[in-house]
Design a protein around this ligand. Structure first.
Ligand SMILES: Nc1ncnc2c1ncn2[C@@H]1O[C@H](COP(=O)(O)OP(=O)(O)OP(=O)(O)O)[C@@H](O)[C@H]1O
Length: 625
């Protein structure tokens, strides 16, 4: 399995249009509904069948109940007028109506349970698929704004997948209800059915337009909403409060957040306001249709052309037809958006991941060569790496130095196969990494990056063990790695030692609270994890930036004395750099100097100038310990 894209970084087949069409035509709409039903059926066939049956029952039952209620009214009127048979008939209809109610109550309980079951199963399946796809994407996509926007929309769909099914069921129920109601009115009078239909149309049209605008609005506000979310995340993280207070920026951020929120809301409310008069006109038309129908049926009853119960029947069915049609439109509108997101979900799920075809590395390579590497980040014209070549032999210890932004971390990511170079090659024993399964390369790599992970949910021991989870945890190895990273001392001082949780938000099953760690302690723990991995190639990107100089000195003296591992260290500290066999000085994406520390100092070039302040007059490192 390879993470590397075999094709260009923006393959046309998956290129994401900047402004994808958000409207679904009828055929894709039907296909989308079919897709939701298919996934749901796979998750639980019985539940889908029950859902369809439930929808039919939900549509039919109110009409049947209304029918019996109108019969009851007619029978009551007849009984009131002196018909002796009418009384028992009315009682029978009341009993039937009550039985229908009982059946409906029982059915609703079962339906609710099925809904929950379905939500759980479908939600779990779709959510898991989404995670797997997101985590397996080609690495450059995590820098790509279009991919991240697409992910946001797809995620909204996957989060609501179960709800979409409910909505489809509701739409089905409402559709059947409207058809049945209009059919029931046809039995009374064709023109009553006709005016009800005519009254429904404008309202349906308006609701659709409104929902289209809502979707369009949502999509134009993605950036401002993301900005707001980021601000809110900053504001609500307890770890960030101290810095925010000290900088006095809380009020400023709150204000920025309010401005973004208010602008967003104002635009939404504005177009909703524009719809109010039109909506009122559509509502008036509906009420007009209802009144005309009722006046007509009153006339018919007075003229004795229709039974008394017909009033209840017409009144109930007309108002039901109108309200269900309105509900149907709002359900269609909301699902319209969900199904538009389904398109994004499907597009997201087709983004390429590992090829799975490439051959694996048989063993750790003896040499790694970067040959004339050029690279620019996705969406940027600036070349960050400009023709870098270097070779690293087994057991060699190299250092990469350079100013901030010189391209050091980028180079490491290319070496690790996370990014593909635009041109040039990463050769492992002469074989191009692009043709290999990159996962098999990762097995021989231990990369400690600047943005290392803090597994705050886990214990100290597990934080170290997560360096190599292919085998069961080896506690002796954990302790050794912790000792090599100079982490064992502080871990032993924690109340529960290696089994202590390393966040004060966590508690173990016996109720013992975890302990928060300092920045340097976290970094030592991350380094221990890196050591635990026991990889042939160790890459350390500023591994000791938060570690005190003495500890750093001891760690690196030990590390560099061991020739079993190849070490690539990025550092700004001379104490680390001077131990390397060879130092590469990177400037603006190019290697500008290379050699041992001594050679580079003697050169009195860029390297010397960069570290001048850390060097004593004779070129040795000033003792800052
Ligand atoms: N994800 C990214 N997308 C676009 N540009 C990036 C990205 N990451 C880094 N860059 C740019 O690439 C250049 C090199 O960055 P890189 O992180 O490799 O530098 P560095 O030498 O490791 O710096 P530092 O010493 O600060 O860690 C910088 O100009 C940076 O702005």
């Amino acid at each position: 399995m390879s993470e590397r894209p075999a094709e260009p970084r923006h393959p046309a087949s998956v290129r994401l249009s900047k402004d994808p069409p958000r409207r679904l035509a009828l055929r894709p709409y039907a296909r989308a509904v079919g897709q939701v039903l298919k996934v749901s059926f796979q998750a639980s066939p019985a539940a889908v069948i029950m859902k369809v049956a439930g929808s039919l029952v939900s549509a039919l039952l109110p009409l049947v109940t209304t029918y019996f209620a109108s019969l009851t009214t007619t029978a009551l009127a007849a009984g009131y007028a002196g018909d002796p048979d009418a009384g028992p008939q009315a009682v029978l209809y009341v009993i039937i109506t009550a039985a229908l109610g009982l059946f409906w109550g029982a059915f609703s309980s079962v339906d609710r349970y099925i809904q929950q079951l379905m939500s759980f199963r479908v939600g779990a399946i779709v959510g898991d698929q989404m995670y797997e796809r997101f985590l397996a994407l080609e690495f450059w996509r995590y820098d790509d704004k279009e991919t991240v926007d697409l992910y946001d929309r797809a995620k909204r769909f996957s989060d609501s997948y179960a709800r979409v099914l409910d909505r489809i069921a509701a739409i089905f129920t409402q559709l059947v209800s409207v058809v049945l109601a209009v059919g029931a009115l046809l039995l009374v009078s064709w023109w009553i059915a006709a005016i009800v239909l005519v009254a429904i149309v404008p309202s349906v049209y308006l609701q659709f337009k409104l929902s289209r605008e809502q979707i369009a609005h949502w999509n134009t506000q993605v950036d401002s909403r993301r900005q707001r979310r980021m601000i809110e995340t900053n504001l609500l993280r307890p770890q960030h409060i101290a810095e925010m207070r000290l900088y006095g920026i809380v009020g400023f951020l709150m204000e920025l957040r309010s401005r973004l929120r208010d602008a967003d809301e104002r635009r939404r409310l504005d177009f909703q306001k524009r719809y109010i008069p039109k909506q009122l006109a559509a509502d008036a038309l509906q009420y007009g249709a209802e009144v005309v129908s009722l006046i007509w049926v009153v006339g018919q009853i007075i003229a004795r052309a229709q039974p008394v119960g017909q009033f209840l029947y017409v009144q109930q069915i007309v108002s039901r037809a109108l309200s269900t049609a309105n509900n149907l439109v709002s359900s269609l509108s909301s699902i319209d958006e969900d199904l538009a997101n389904l398109k994004d979900y499907e597009l997201f799920m087709t983004l390429p991941v590992h090829s799975g075809q490439a051959p694996a590395l048989a063993a750790a390579p003896r040499t790694v060569e970067l040959r004339d590497i050029r690279f620019s980040y996705t969406g940027s014209d600036i070349e960050v790496i400009k023709g870098v070549s270097l070779t690293i032999g087994q057991g060699q210890h190299i250092a990469i130095v350079g100013e901030n932004g010189a391209g050091k971390s980028t180079l490491i990511r290319i070496l690790a196969g996370l990014y593909s170079p635009d041109s040039g090659q990463v050769l492992l024993d002469g074989v191009d990494l692009a043709t290999l399964d990159v996962k098999s390369w990762h097995r021989h790599l231990a990369v400690l990056s600047q943005e290392f992970l803090k597994y705050e949910f886990a214990t100290a021991a597990d934080n170290i063990y997560y360096g190599d989870v292919d085998e069961a945890r080896d506690d002796a190895r954990v302790s050794k790695a912790a000792a090599d990273a100079e982490a064992l001392d502080f871990i032993n001082k924690l109340p529960n030692g290696l089994d202590n949780h390393v966040s004060n938000w966590m508690e173990d099953p016996r109720g013992r609270k975890g302990s928060g760690l300092s920045g340097g302690q976290w970094q030592r723990l991350a380094m221990a994890r890196n050591f635990y991995r026991r990889a042939a190639f160790m890459v350390m990107d500023e591994p000791t930036s938060a570690i005190d100089a003495l500890a750093e000195h001891r760690i690196f003296t030990r590390l560099f004395a061991d020739r079993r591992s190849t070490i690539i260290a990025i550092s700004h500290r001379l104490a680390t750099i001077e131990k390397a066999d060879i130092v590469y000085m990177l400037e603006d994406g190019r290697i500008v100097e290379q050699g041992t520390h001594k050679e580079l100092v003697a050169l009195r070039g860029r390297y010397f100038r960069m570290f001048e302040s850390q060097l004593s007059l004779d070129g040795s490192i000033q003792d800052d310990s």
